[in-house]
Design a protein around this ligand. Structure first.
Ligand SMILES: C[S@@+](CC[C@H](N)C(=O)[O-])C[C@H]1O[C@@H](n2cnc3c(N)ncnc32)[C@H](O)[C@@H]1O
Length: 252
């Protein structure tokens, strides 16, 4: 993150919540027309509670299918052994949270220090509010810095999840979520070069699956995906370069 973007964004703590919120200054508000959009407040605990609802469990979540897990989302209580999942592009942590919710042992990488602090406070609040019998089973580590320089002491991942920055289509700009627009302002738009570097790193770790989240209008991320699972506005491409079959993770 450049110094300029650091100056323009800041985190604020409030007395009533345990989590930090992300704000920006007048300069950004004017440039983006965000006068009525004041802050980003991501309540991971509330999101988790919504996912526990029956309507969420009934929906055939494309990410669930991309992971290759059996059963229905949310039915899962425990994996025989939780699959180790690296989320190399944590951002606001919503996708990491989903991977955690689905029973993964999750390692989330984020190179923006500000976002990492936001994530840490959100995770802290989530773990504090969940019943202890649930929170004790969860394993979610946050790792600062570029995922491609990940410390060798980490275990080898079975699944690597990538959601790189992707430039919006010009006419889609208005339809882009506010959260994504804030992210683009903070960390930039990403580039093909960056994408390729991340993908090469992921392949070198030889996981059983690499899952890439793509907007519906984007070209395939790489050649020969094993599967491409479509959601409403996006799809998950699944790649496997491991010599092993992309196994179905067995669940208790
Ligand atoms: C599109 S956002 C991810 C959004 C995220 N999936 C969520 O649920 O909020 C991409 C994020 O990945 C981070 N990022 C991109 N490349 C990275 C890398 N090589 N290492 C660590 N973080 C990276 C960016 O800083 C940005 O916050």
């Amino acid at each position: 993150m450049s110094e300029e973007t650091c100056e323009n964004f800041f985190l604020v703590a409030s007395e009533e919540d345990l989590r930090l919120k992300l704000f920006w200054n007048e300069k950004i508000a004017k440039a983006e027309g965000w006068q009525n959009f004041k802050a980003i407040d991501i309540d991971l605990y509330q999101i988790w509670r919504e996912w526990e609802s029956e309507s969420f469990r009934r929906a055939g979540d494309p990410l669930w299918r991309a992971l290759g897990f059996k059963g229905r989302p949310g039915e899962i209580k425990a994996h025989d052994r939780p699959p180790i999942i690296f989320d190399a592009t944590a951002g606001f942590g919503i996708d990491s949270l989903r991977l955690l919710f689905y029973g993964g042992e999750v390692y989330s990488f984020e190179r923006s220090q500000l976002l990492l602090k936001l994530l840490a406070s959100g995770r802290g609040e989530l773990l504090a509010k969940l019943p202890p019998e649930v929170s004790q089973k969860l394993s979610w580590r946050l790792i600062a810095g570029d995922a491609c320089n990940n410390p060798t002491a980490l275990p080898r991942p079975e699944i690597i999840y990538l959601d790189p920055m992707y430039p919006p289509r010009v006419r889609e700009k208005g339809a882009q979520s506010k959260e994504m627009r804030v992210l683009q302002r903070m960390v930039g738009k990403g580039s093909e070069e960056e994408d390729q570097r991340l993908f090469a790193w992921a392949k070198a770790l030889s996981p059983k699956r690499i899952i890439v989240k793509r907007p519906f209008y984007a070209n395939p991320f790489a050649k020969n995906p094993l599967a491409s699972i479509k959601g409403k506005l996006l799809r998950f491409e699944v790649y496997s370069y491991s010599s092993l079959e992309p196994e179905k993770f067995s669940l208790k």
